[in-house]
Design a binder for this molecule. Sequence first.
Ligand SMILES: [Ca+2]
Ligand SMILES: [Ca+2]
Length: 438
Amino acid sequence: MNWRVMYAALCLICLFVLSVPAAPVHAEEQEFTRIDVPSKSLITSHTAYKSNKPERIADGDLKTAWNAGRNSGVISVVFNQNVQMNGIEIATTASPTSTEKYLIYGLEGDRWKEIGRASRTIEHKEDGSVTMLDRIPVTEGDYGGVLISIDSSASWVSINELYLTTKMVRTFENATISQLSGAALLTWEYLGYGETVIYYGTKPGEYTNKVVADYRGNLGTRVYNLTNDKTYYFQIAINLNGTMYYSKELTVVPKSKFIPKTIPDGAGAYMWPYYRDLNLTPGAAIDGDIYTSWYYTNPNYPPNDDGSLEIAFNREDPVFIDSIQLTTQFSPVARDTSDVREDEYLIKGWRGWEHGWEVVGYYKGTIHAPGGDGIVVLDPISINPGYYRYIEIDVNTTSTYVSINEVSISGDPQQSVTANVYGSETDRVTEDVYGGSK
Ligand SMILES: [Ca+2]
Ligand SMILES: [Ca+2]
């Protein structure tokens, strides 16, 4: 066996050995994950054509691009924190179809070091749509920035969006989401200081939008401009010293803040106690908007956690009621930090002089903070059926905050006359006649 044969045989053995997996291979799953360029990066280029400025490579918009205005260009991105990266991805266009050579440098300390090179062909597309180039791998490392030098065979060089890839992926569990009207509220565990981006979209796993969370945003970040009654999917990504941490996918369906208003126009709302120094707005309990409330929290006279709301209907036009539903809220102000409370609602009604004030309904329950906007719709409270001119709701709560965001009433005299045994037959018939003749 001469040395050539020996060499060939050894190589075959080597190939064979290399091709036998030693253990189940999971590497592919997490070989790389695309992440955004950190939002506070400093992006500069040697040249830029008109408004096609360098920062457009990381504005989240595939339609906007940096364009060097010539067939070669250099662009650099200095991150606001190091990123553990193993590649870059480029979305771009070319006119005409061109082959472009990419030379990639990574910033290590204060030195740029070559970390990768590649050549990619970009088709010219008549409709101007963007091509996502195959990922360009780079030497894996912890870099403070990336610099890309591009030479094109024919086209002016441009980049619509630049992404980084990293293989470091960790997940964290403690993230919550709750619905708001046209919005969502997210919270998550504090892992440490690092840029945090909330990705979201209307399809699972496909996030078309993003919001960068503020410092301490984990305590509660609102994402606005969502459509009510539509399902949204969210994922939180935290870059902690170059390592990416992801939440599991979270879903939410924002709901309208408006509910059908059942209190007739012309009704007035009043409350007790009344303090001139508090901004008390009883009318907000009957305006059909679950976010406005009559609320009562008294820093001057603690605990003073009780209050009464009175609703006066038109005296000439009493309203038939057989149930009341209340919407309340856990305090959006910081004073009330408990997440569970005991509420008691005593409903009094006034039908006329002959009856005076009567207790007509009662509800007591343990209320748990729902998260998010804190809105809680209580179970409907049965009311002794009848035509009422006034309703008073006496609230007693273990919380330091009384809130009635909305009062909904319902009742159908036709149903109630036969379905309930209450008062004398004469009363009911008389009142139904009045009701029917109005
Ligand atoms: Ca862009
Ligand atoms: Ca309201």
